[in-house]
Design a protein around this ligand. Structure first.
Ligand code: ZN
Length: 304
């Protein structure tokens, strides 16, 4: 662990099944896990199955690896506490959401808010919700069901969402995702809590900025934070597991435009390796956060 990323409470690795806490400059960043699930490699990276033998030869995968082997994905939010503000990056799947297209996301009942409270934040204390993109596993806790109606979970928060993501719901291709808009986006628009981030990105708070990183979805964005001369990057779904650091050309089955997603991923990896920024992805399991380094022509991932 680098000296500038001290786990809170020195000497005690403050990481549990649901929480992991990192300090960066003046900020404390805590992971709030909603759920975890395994997916077969062939399900997550169907186009990469033909590359398995080569990846084994290059020691990117273990010698006994098969396409059926499961990759664990975590679904979590990042809570940032900085300068008296409490900020959430992405809001997971949510409870009681009807998602007939996926049993992984349909009608869940997870104690996410209890875990958030255990990390020191109640819903009315959240000042900002920053959304990397508007997929079902990133917007769910924007709202919760109260007396049969979807209400903003965080009553004081400004919800910052990428404009291109918002507009996508109203394209023919986005039609099938409209239920997400209705139950997780529209309620925060109706309460005047939504703030739209233009596609070019920009600073939303001192030291905290959105950057375009499209491909996984139409308007996917990476969120950067600077504090105390250090940098963190909340990379959303630019990559789903550390395998894509070693093999950036592997696109996930969830990516809208694999070529554009790969270009965004390569740009992120180059920037991450050059800057030494702490990278906080949306779905990496384990410690969930780490660093990207150069390994000759390739990139490597190192967990905190
Ligand atoms: Zn996701």
């Amino acid at each position: 662990m680098d000296d500038h990323i001290a786990v809170v409470h020195p000497g005690e690795k403050r990481m549990s099944e649901h929480h992991a806490t990192y300090r960066l400059g003046n900020a404390v960043i805590t992971r709030i896990v909603e759920t975890q699930f395994p997916l077969a490699f062939s399900t997550l990276y169907p186009a990469a199955v033909e590359d398995i033998d080569e990846a084994i030869a290059r020691r990117i995968l273990p010698v006994d690896f098969t396409a059926a082997q499961e990759i664990v994905l975590s679904v979590h939010s990042w809570l940032i506490e900085i300068d008296g503000l409490k900020i959430l990056i992405d809001t997971g799947i949510g409870n009681h959401k009807s998602r007939p297209f996926s049993t992984l996301f349909h009608q869940l009942e997870n104690p996410f808010l209890q875990r958030l409270a255990a990390a020191g934040a109640t819903p009315d204390q959240i000042d900002y919700v920053l959304l990397t993109h508007l997929h079902t596993d990133h917007v769910g806790w924007n709202t919760r069901l109260v007396d049969g109606a979807w209400q903003p979970t965080f009553p004081r928060a400004k919800y910052v969402l990428p404009r291109t993501e918002l507009e996508y719901f109203f394209t023919p291709a986005g039609e099938k995702r409209r239920m997400l808009f209705d139950d997780s986006i529209l309620p925060v628009i109706c309460t005047n809590q939504a703030v739209v981030m233009d596609a070019d990105g920009g600073e939303i708070l001192p030291g905290i900025a959105f950057h375009p990183a499209p491909g996984h979805s139409a308007g996917h964005m990476v969120i950067s934070m600077r504090s105390g001369g250090r940098e963190a990057m909340f990379s959303g779904d630019a990559m789903h597991s550390p395998l894509q650091v070693a093999r950036p050309e592997w696109g996930s089955t969830y990516c809208l435009d694999p070529r554009t997603a790969m270009a965004s991923r390569l740009a992120l990896l180059e920037q991450a390796a050059e800057s030494g920024a702490l990278i906080l992805p949306a779905h990496f399991p384990g410690a969930s956060a780490g660093y990207v380094t150069r390994e000759g022509e390739d990139y490597a991932w190192r967990y905190c």
